[in-house]
Design a protein around this ligand. Sequence first.
Ligand code: DX5
Ligand code: ZN
Length: 216
Amino acid sequence: MNILAPSILAADVTKLGDEINATAKAGAKYIHIDVMDGVFVPKLSYGQCVVESIRKCTDAIFDVHLMIVDPIKCVEDFASIGADIITVHLEACEDVAATLKKIKECGCKAGLSIKPATKVEELKPYLELVDMILIMSVEPGLGGQKYIEASTERISAVREMINASGLNIDVEVDGGVYLGNLKMIIDAGANVIVSGSAIFRGDIADNTRKFLDIMQ
Ligand code: DX5
Ligand code: ZN
């Protein structure tokens, strides 16, 4: 099944609840929440307070993307305030396996992400511990960047690796996805699509429906 995960990084914070509801009502099943610490990535975004607050306005699945160093420290917190999926960066963990296990112990689905320069083979030892792999198709940390074309091959390679393992793992893609490259990304093997600017800039409901039409 293909799933749309609108990234609220591109939403208007003054209308966050309304904008989340607009995309959810139009059919988006996940809400992608980018947590940045100003260390793993240059900028800060938001943390537990915001997640806890928006949890009250929607039943959508919260797909929390932790762009923070040593994320194991925050896993329990995000799980307790309503995260459904917690994704950590392979490059940011001191102990990747322990972090993924902790996410599962807290009752969440576990995601593992890699930056564009990290080899997809590095994911292999952790496949048994994850529900989702997140392939970054831009450098993490900023919305509105251009999709890195080499990501398409990486998506295919990860999908092949998963198929060969016989495991049931989602492949999520994040960064620079818009209506024009969406089909190519799905065809390459992604089934969870993050999009910020292309959903929240303009008519949110209409953008969401257009994405979902292509993703069927
Ligand atoms: C970037 C974030 C993304 C970002 C995507 O580091 O992880 O989720 O919001 O934004 P767009 O879709 O605008 O590239
Ligand atoms: Zn993200």
